[in-house]
Ligand binder design. Structure first.
Ligand code: GLU
Length: 435
């Protein structure tokens, strides 16, 4: 790092390693990794303080007229963690488990994720506490529009650009875009990404996160000298990320021996027919009743003897309690925060090669960036161009992180945090602290 650019300081902060860590709290999980990387980078105290805080946290009430005529009031959040490198970028999730701490962690992860793959974006995240599976389409539309109206002052192509996340999709993004555009009095496509292709979405965006997982898994297998053809894979989560990752990995010759969703897991030693499983979910909305494998639990799936484990569901599934039993050689984190900080050391001791979330699932936001560029330019790319540019960014970022991990003798997660924090820190130093 260019030391002449450092902000004036007298000493370097040493994080308090003994402070209480709640393993299940995603913000603590993010912070403990941040602390370690900040220490290795000798981050000066001023910047350390700046980067431990989110820039803006919004909490709103979201009243919705339900189909039965009653009014429900939901709670919604939008957190802008850091915008030093560009507009805030990050998804919106609808889930019963949403908390402000979770949204803060996810917004910070977006900041590091965008920096790891070197996109000119900061990081943000939004969430509404609700159970979308129990809501009708029109209730979801009213919820989305009222939530959008509630955070409209932060939104904009130059300030904060949402995208899909857990339980939100292209349709939800279309409502966000329409609500914002109605208030602006003109159509603003670049205010969200992950939109339908017909209204300014990018080709390849829907598959981008899963495709990115495939690219980095391919690089990791190559690095460890494991042939992709015949490599065994278990995928937890069969939503947008898990199902596409499974499909693309199987098309590259991998054998997907296990898949799962919230209804349970399915194991088939000979390999699961992924297109069949995708078709099954399209018809039945979940894998429940899928006959392509033996029934196992989600916990069983995580400890199968496979080459690659892809946790592509929610946070905190690999913890200090089960990490010792994980047998995979590679973990490719399709989800955000699937591994707790307490599990990191155990996985390290076992020599498991972890491709951290902020690298492994960065394909989604990378094509979101392409979508934003295409919307602003009003000129759209072919799917092949999108996929080739995604491949270039994912493989280059993997190589960058691997290089740093070798140089500093740290694991891939710490190396990814070091790379991203140093990129964000450099911009802060150049911009200075506005007074
Ligand atoms: N929700 C996705 C993520 O966590 C995509 C975010 C985006 O494209 O802005 O990376």
């Amino acid at each position: 790092m260019a030391s002449d650019l450092r902000l004036p300081t007298d000493k370097i902060v040493r994080p308090d390693k003994d402070r209480f860590l709640n393993e299940e709290n995603p913000f603590e999980a993010m912070m403990s990794r941040f602390d370690r990387a900040a220490e290795l980078l000798d981050l000066e105290p001023g910047l350390y303080k700046v980067l431990r805080h989110s820039e803006k946290e919004i909490t709103i009430s979201v009243p919705v007229l339900m189909d039965n005529g009653e009014v429900e009031v939901f709670t919604g959040y939008r957190v802008l963690y850091n915008t030093s490198r560009g507009p805030a970028k990050g998804g919106i999730r609808f889930d019963l488990n949403v908390t402000l701490d979770e949204v803060k962690a996810l917004a910070a992860w977006m900041t590091w994720k965008c920096a790891v793959v070197n996109l000119p974006f900061g990081g943000s995240k939004g969430g509404v506490i609700c159970d979308p599976l129990k809501m009708s389409v029109s209730e979801l539309e009213r919820l989305t529009r009222r939530y959008t109206a509630g955070i409209i002052n932060t939104l904009g192509p130059d300030s904060d650009v949402p995208a899909p996340d857990v339980n939100t999709n292209e349709r939800v993004m279309a409502w966000v875009m329409d609500t914002y555009s109605m208030h602006m009095r003109h159509t603003v496509t670049a205010v969200v990404t992950g939109k339908p292709v017909e209204m300014g979405g990018s080709l390849g965006r829907r598959e981008a996160t899963g495709r990115g997982v495939m690219f980095v898994t391919r690089e990791a297998l190559r690095h460890l000298g494991i042939a992709m053809n015949g490599a065994t894979v278990a995928v937890q989560g069969f939503g947008n990320v898990g199902s596409i990752a499974a499909d693309l990995l199987s098309k590259q010759g991998c054998k997907i021996v296990a898949i799962s969703d919230r209804t349970g897991g399915y194991y088939n030693k000979g390999g699961i027919d992924i297109p069949k499983a995708i078709e099954y979910v399209r018809q039945h909305r979940s894998l429940e009743g899928f006959k392509g494998g033996d029934n196992i639990t989600n916990d069983d799936l995580l400890v199968l003897p496979v080459d690659v484990l892809v946790p592509a569901a929610l946070e905190n599934v690999i913890t200090s309690k089960n990490a010792g039993k994980v047998q995979a050689k590679i973990i490719a984190e399709g989800a955000n925060g699937p591994t707790t900080a307490g599990a990191d050391n155990i996985l390290d001791e076992k020599g498991i090669f972890v491709i951290p979330d902020i690298l492994a699932n960065a394909g989604g936001v990378t094509v979101s960036y392409f979508e934003w560029v295409q919307d602003r330019g009003g000129y759209f790319w072919s799917e092949e161009t999108v996929n080739n540019r995604l491949e270039e960014i994912m493989t280059r970022s993997f190589t960058d992180v691997l290089g740093l991990s070798k140089q500093h003798k740290v694991n891939m997660r710490t190396a990814a945090y070091m790379l991203s924090i140093s990129r964000v820190a450099t911009v802060h130093r150049l911009r200075g602290i506005y007074a």
